[in-house]
Design a protein. Structure first.
Length: 278
């Protein structure tokens, strides 16, 4: 499984990096929308929306929300970003609230209508703001595409670092009631790897030496947020009684299994970048 996981990553990573660096923002956000909506489809399945027509209607509603935000954010010379920024802030607030949900893992664990409503709302609050944060980062001049690579590099490095550190050194369970395989040591290794990757890619994006401590701080916050996103998806899977959100990607599971950390990290990175000013 480890070999399959690594081989799949070696195929996916270059494609993602080329898209981030060379596609114009309009095409980047379009492809990202397709990816995020595919992840939302799996989220809806975990929320036990069994009817395909109902899932399609909900997916279209979220797509309409994305289109409305982008349309409203476009000025005469491109993205004016205001609505993207507001949506990103909403995403950060949502993931802070998600920490309380993780602290009560049995909340909405039953299979009634009320549980589904909470999980449907959570899906929109996770996917739409993350997509808006991606658009905000990538659209910024002159090096937005490099900053988006830095943001995603934090998540990729954190995920990889946590996986291998946890396998080698993991002793203390991080959240045994949610994801028994995750360890404190794995999380620490992932955060360190995420900070290192974010700082190095920040240099590539044009950060000055005096900005690097702030870049590292934002990278750390984004790496920690990615852990929250990963744990929240694990909670959904535990409620649904499944191991993966899908089986599309060999060794990785479904689309949502690959973007769960991204959904939480992107709003945090985008907002942190704006607050500290790099």
């Amino acid at each position: 499984m480890t070999r399959t996981r690594v081989l799949a990553a070696l195929v996916m990573a270059p494609v993602a990096i080329l898209g981030i660096l060379f596609l114009p923002t309009e095409w980047m956000v379009l492809l990202a929308a397709l990816m995020f909506l595919a992840g939302l489809w799996e989220w809806l399945e975990l929320a036990e929306i069994d009817d395909a027509l109902a899932r399609t209607v909900l997916l279209v509603a979220n797509l309409a929300m994305m289109v409305a935000i982008v349309w409203g954010s476009r000025g005469p010379s491109g993205f004016s970003l205001v609505l993207l920024q507001v949506a990103t802030l909403v995403g950060v607030v949502w993931w802070l609230l998600a920490l309380f949900w993780l602290g009560r893992p049995r909340f909405a664990s039953d299979h009634d209508t009320h549980a589904r409503v909470f999980k449907l709302a959570a899906g929109s609050l996770a996917v739409v703001p993350a997509w808006c944060a991606l658009a905000w980062i990538h659209a910024e001049e002159p090096n937005g595409h490099y900053w988006l690579l830095a943001a995603l590099g934090v998540v990729w490095a954190a995920d990889t670092g946590a996986y291998f550190t946890g396998r080698k050194l993991g002793r203390h369970k991080l959240a045994p009631n949610i994801s028994p395989n995750k360890t404190v040591e794995g999380m620490a290794g992932g955060v360190i790897a995420g900070v290192a990757a974010g700082t190095l890619l920040g240099l590539l994006a044009g950060a000055t030496p005096d900005q690097l401590p702030w870049v590292a701080l934002v990278a750390m916050a984004a790496a920690l947020a990615s852990v929250v996103g990963d744990l929240f998806e694990s909670l959904l899977k535990r409620h649904a009684g499944v191991k993966d959100s899908g089986n599309l990607i060999p060794g990785h599971g479904g689309i949502l299994d690959r973007i769960d950390g991204v959904l939480a990290a992107l709003p945090v990175f985008a907002l942190g970048k704006a607050v500290v000013g790099f």
